[in-house]
Design a protein around this ligand. Structure first.
Ligand code: COA
Length: 392
């Protein structure tokens, strides 16, 4: 029988110029830049341009992209209406984003045009509108009036502004900018694969992005940062009750979860067998933010918890090489900039739309249908029995 590649682990699907994930060295390259050389410096609009065009923009190209994105930020009536319904029904924010992005196809001037220029325009429109969709849903969900986008603000700052109604502190703006750049693309992860599979059937950009949002929603992919932060808060609560140190509480917690066959959120990765390089970039951004705000308790507690989790996982799961992944410091950083836990995954999606759309463009150029096989393990030779002759 043919060898089965369960979960497609280790299978190389295609070539990409978008990002390179080296799981052994713990290194991430995005569009030719080491993550450390890009994420802390770029505007998110520059990172988007880089993935879509394979080079950094010059000043006039950046200003054109900015204008295109600013004019696509405002959402239309039908999108607003579905977000009102989603808020009324208290849907998960990822569902609201998925439904909201789907409605953007209603505004498409030429839904049958499949040229690269039109698909790039769609990518820009979806990337530009996604923060407005999330922020509008969230404010409606919280019983507040949505805030119109501010064209003077960059993508990251405008997202924070639409959520809070206040111009963000420069440190918070830089924190979100760094976060969005850090998670914009990451090899052939589950949601990117989903987007590629969908577009490989010659479907369309909206379907590919909507499908990818669905794939990102699950806790084994993009849904982990909320629970990772809740774990630290929960441990802080236990410390207040027991008088133990946070390291002692973390030690007991990891043993308890692993004994019950559970997983510690924010640790382990399919590809990285060393520390996820994104955790370092986000960890440094979080440190800067918390130090700047003069509130270091949560940051220091998180560092202590991280140390203990790694040690105890190595003891209980020797050789599995379970290290901190991107989600742990995502949680800390996004909490530090004032985002509610429920918006962590949609914020991840707001960034990854850049990677998904660039992968969609790459897959269109490649032109191959992605169609693996399955080994049949069911019955053979069954004989048809009329319904009246079947046993009860
Ligand atoms: C990310 C993840 C799905 C990768 O999983 P994977 O490569 O398929 O690894 P496996 O599920 O085969 O796990 C290998 C072993 O390590 C254990 N393991 C993996 N991650 C673990 C975690 N976070 N906590 C405890 N044990 C873990 C598994 O139980 C398994 O143990 P076993 O060999 O005794 O059966 C997994 O590490 C995980 O669930 N992490 C927590 C969720 C998370 O942080 N997701 C965000 C990812 S960026």
């Amino acid at each position: 029988m043919a060898k089965i590649a369960r979960g497609l682990a280790g299978v190389i699907l295609t070539e990409t110029r978008l990002s390179r994930v080296d799981g052994e060295a713990g290194e991430l390259v995005i569009g030719g830049f080491l993550l450390d050389d890009l994420a802390p410096f770029a505007l998110f609009e520059e990172a988007l341009f880089l993935l879509w065009n394979d080079r950094l923009p010059n000043a006039s190209e950046l200003s054109t992209l900015r204008e295109q994105m600013v004019s696509a930020r405002t959402i239309h009536g039908i999108t607003r209406t579905v977000l009102e319904k989603a808020a009324e029904r208290n849907l998960p924010p990822m569902d609201a984003l998925r439904i909201g992005v789907d409605t953007l196809s209603l505004q498409d001037a030429d839904p049958y045009d499949n040229t690269r220029a039109t698909n790039l325009r769609r990518a820009i429109a979806i990337a530009a509108a996604a923060p407005t969709i999330v922020a509008t849903f969230w404010r409606l969900h919280e019983g507040k009036q949505p805030v119109e986008p501010d064209e003077a603000l960059n993508h990251a700052a405008n997202y924070l502004y639409m959520l809070t109604g206040e111009k963000p502190h420069p440190d918070a703006e830089r924190g979100v900018e760094t976060y969005l750049n850090t998670v914009i693309d990451h090899g052939m992860n589950a949601s990117t694969f989903t987007a590629r599979v969908i577009i490989s059937t010659q479907s369309d950009m909206y379907s590919a992005i909507v499908g990818a949002i669905g794939a990102l929603k699950g806790p084994l992919h993009g849904g982990a940062p909320g629970p990772a932060l809740d774990m630290v808060f929960d441990l802080q609560k236990r410390v207040a009750e027991s008088g133990n140190s946070i390291s002692q509480e973390a030690d007991a917690y990891v043993r308890q979860v692993v004994q019950a066959d559970g997983r510690i959120m924010g640790f382990g990765h399919r590809v990285y067998k060393v520390r996820d390089p994104r955790a370092d970039v986000l960890g440094r951004a979080a440190e800067k933010l918390f130090m700047g705000a003069g509130d270091t308790q949560l940051y220091e507690d998180a560092r202590r918890v991280e140390k203990v989790v790694i040690q105890v996982l190595e003891e209980l799961k020797p050789g599995r090489k379970l290290q901190t992944n991107v989600e742990f410091y995502t949680a800390l950083l996004l909490h530090g900039v004032g985002l509610p836990t429920k918006l962590f995954s949609p914020t991840f999606a707001i960034s990854r739309i850049g990677g998904w759309s660039a992968n969609v463009l790459e897959q269109i150029d490649e032109g191959n249908l992605i169609r693996p096989r399955a080994a049949y393990s069911g019955e053979l030779g069954r004989k048809w029995v009329p319904i009246e002759e079947r046993a009860d």
